[in-house]
Each structure stands twice: as C-alpha cells, then as structure tokens.
Design a protein around this ligand. Structure first.
Ligand SMILES: Cc1ncc(COP(=O)(O)O)c(C=O)c1O
Length: 410
C-alpha cells in the first residue's frame, strides 16, 4: 500500500470515531459493513445541523423553513441522481429502504400486468428482499419463479440465465453484488440479455452502490435500488431509480398526502413522478443524511475506494483461506470485499460470538440468502465484510482472532 493511500485511509478513519472505541476491552474491528456501514462525522454533523436549524416538513411551501427543508430534500434527490448518473432528478424516488423499493416495483410495476403463468427470473444468490416480493406475485397471481443457479465459485450461471427466458418472461430481478458471497455479477450483460428478450430488469444495488461506481445511463437497467445505511448514510431511507418511461407506467403503491393532484369524495388523481410514489411525509432528515454520505464517498472517489477495497479483499481471502479447516464460499475473481466462510466442526454463530470477545465484529447466519445457503449445502456461514475505513492490520487481526477461536473450540 502506498504511503499516500495509507495516509488517506488514516484520514478517513478519523471521520469515524466509533472505530476508536473498544468492545470487551479490545479495539473494535468492525467487519459487518455488508449489513450496515458506520457513518462519518460529515453525515452525523449534517443530520444534527439540519435537524436543529433547518427542519420543517417539505413541499408545503408557505414559510421560509419549509422552503429551506424542501431545498435540502430536493438537493438530496439531485445528489443521488448525480451519484448514479441518472438523466434526471425525477428518476429518483426516496423509499424506506431497498426492500421497500423492490416491493414498490413488484406492486407498482409488475402486479398490474402479471397473469398466471407469467415468469420472473431470479437467481439463487438473491437477498430475501429480492425474493419474497416476487414470491408474493407467485402466491397471489400465479407467477412462476425461474431460478438461475451459481457455479462452485459463486458466479451466476450465464448459460442458465439465457436459457431461462421464454415468451412468458415478464421481469428479471438480480443482484449487482451478492451480500453473502461478494460476487460481482456482469450487470451490463444481464441487462443487455434481458433487453434482447424485451424484458425489463431490476438490479439490486445494495452492495453495488457502496463498492462500485455506477452509471445508470451506461448500465441501462430499468430499475436500480439501494439503501442509505450501507453507503455510510442513515437507516430508514432507500432509493428507487427507474427509467422515466417505466416510472410513468408504474401505479402508485401507497396512497396518502403529497402524492395526489386532487382528491374528491368520489375520485383521486395523482401527482407527478417522483412525488406520486412518495406518499406521506418522506424520510426528510434521512435524505439529507444520505446526501452527505454520497458527497463523502464522491469526495474520496471510487478509484480510491475500489483500489483499497480490492487490496483488502485479496489480503482477507489469502489470510482467511490459509487457516486450517476453513472453507470460503464465493471465490470468483470478480468479487468485492466480502469473505464468507465456515470452519469444519464449528458453528458460525459460535465463531462470531468468540471472535466478538476479541473485538472483531463479523456476521454469522444465512445472510438473508437461504436459497444460496441451500445451494452450498450449509445452514449458515460466517462473513467478514469490509469498508473504505478498514485496514490491512484489521485483516491480520481477523485472521488472528479466527485462529484463536478455532483453537478455543479445539
Ligand atoms: C444485496 C442486498 N439486497 C437487499 C438488502 C436489503 O436491504 P434493506 O434491509 O436495507 O432494505 C440487503 C441488505 O442486507 C442486501 O445486502
């Protein structure tokens, strides 16, 4: 690692005071970033400033403070549009999270057109958030879920993907990067193949948005979703990006204030996109926090983010992979900084609990990806997931803590 990059990472770490804290008397080594990343001071301070001095409800427009808040809220929308290189701010809808955004597409876009026997293509490595809304379409409307498998490296089976299309295919929903394996899927190719069959595609960008530079105009997907809490921002907010014509065709999913043009006792007409999809008071403070988080990432730059995380991933794969009795799940060369593993004879939950005693925070479980666990024939894995503030020393500490835990269980 160059001195320049090391200095940069040290500077970044200073923005995250939680990284200076201790758990069980040991320095915290936070490796549960795929679940939620920590927030830098730039985000928490902006939230405090906005909440203390600039807050009012938005779009009500008759007083100064509401205008200030509305401006900040719409600035956040513009920030997200810029972050994704969307053509227009109106393509950004604020939701309660990625899960909420996927449900919005299932109910707003797909449900009005789905008929019994229509097919939806998914992969076995989707997060439950990108599975269960489609199961609802199966249960309630007789849709058929077509599953694309993964190979032993944890890569999508592209031949199976192509073969999954039929004249009944109505929708494709796939992940850009697996939260359970770290695999980065060939997103552009997935989009192109779907479009060659005339089928719209949603990409789950929950992991992709924080680790990869995205360009919606180049990627050309119909829908893209991500969550604020994984991109160094607050929880309680997510983003749905949609192509303009797709959003225009989408039925409002939730009804309430702010999303209407007119309401009478026997009729209702809807407002414009994106407000049509933001019923009720939106996550105003969260949007402002998200904007600060995206600005923070843009300030670091994806060149730095990707270079540092790739080095961490390589180091972690080698260090964890070298430990006796360890199996790593997800060994594709195309993968981000997530290492999922198991240790022969020790339950991942036990590992995680013992490692926590040495300050190392990892996740253990099915990672909301039960079909994937089934594919690999395991009930759970342990997972270390990295962020821009993690260091190579922390990778070494992870390996040392894992080795110690294995010795402990014998
Ligand atoms: C790939 C992926 N999709 C969807 C989700 C769901 O995100 P949220 O719980 O923020 O709605 C997650 C969160 O872990 C994820 O990693």
């Amino acid at each position: 690692m160059s001195v320049e990059l090391a200095n940069k990472i040290a500077e970044i770490r200073a923005d995250f005071p939680v990284l200076e804290t201790q758990v069980h008397g040991k320095p915290l080594i936070y490796l549960d970033n795929a679940a939620s990343a920590q927030k830098p001071l730039q985000v928490t301070e902006r939230i405090k400033q906005f909440s203390t001095f600039e807050y009012a409800n938005v779009h009500r427009g008759l007083h100064h403070l509401s205008n200030v808040a509305t401006e900040a809220f719409e600035e956040a929308r513009g920030r997200v549009a810029g972050f994704l290189n969307a053509e227009n701010d109106k393509q950004i809808i604020f939701t309660g999270g990625a899960t909420d955004a996927i449900n919005m597409v299932a109910y707003g876009f797909l449900e009005p057109q789905i008929e019994a026997g229509d097919e939806i293509i998914l992969s076995v490595m989707e997060h439950h958030s990108n599975i269960v809304p489609w199961h609802f379409m199966r249960e309630r409307h007789g849709a058929v879920l077509k599953w694309v498998g993964v190979n032993q490296l944890g890569e999508l089976d592209m031949q199976a993907y192509e073969a999954a299309f039929s004249d009944k295919t109505k929708f494709v929903a796939l992940s850009q990067m697996s939260n359970a394996l770290g695999t980065i899927t060939p997103a552009k190719q997935l989009v192109d193949i779907a479009h060659a069959h005339g089928v719209p595609i949603l990409l789950d960008g929950c992991q992709g948005a924080v680790h990869l530079k995205n360009d919606m105009q180049a990627l050309d997907c119909d829908f893209y979703v991500f969550s604020g809490h994984k991109v160094y921002g607050p929880s309680g907010i997510g983003v749905l990006y949609g192509k303009a014509e797709r959003l225009e065709a989408m039925r409002p999913w939730r009804g309430g204030g702010e999303m209407i043009r007119e309401v009478s006792v026997d009729n209702v007409t809807y407002g414009e996109v994106p407000h049509r999809f933001e019923a009720g008071t939106p996550p105003i403070i969260e949007a402002v926090g998200l904007s600060a988080a995206l600005a923070y990432m843009q300030n670091i730059g994806f060149d730095t983010i990707q270079a540092h995380e790739a080095a961490l991933a390589k180091h972690a794969m080698e260090a964890v992979g070298a430990i006796d009795r360890v199996t790593i799940y997800g060994t594709s060369p195309s993968k981000g900084a997530i290492v999922s593993f198991s240790v022969d004879g020790i339950h991942p939950h036990d590992l995680a609990m013992v490692m926590d005693r040495s300050g190392v925070a990892i996740r253990a479980g099915n990672h909301c990806a039960q079909p994937l666990m089934e594919h690999f024939g395991v009930a759970a894995t342990a997972r270390a997931s990295f962020a821009i503030y993690n260091t190579h020393e922390e990778v070494e500490a992870l390996a040392a803590s894992l080795t110690k835990a294995i010795e402990f269980f014998g």
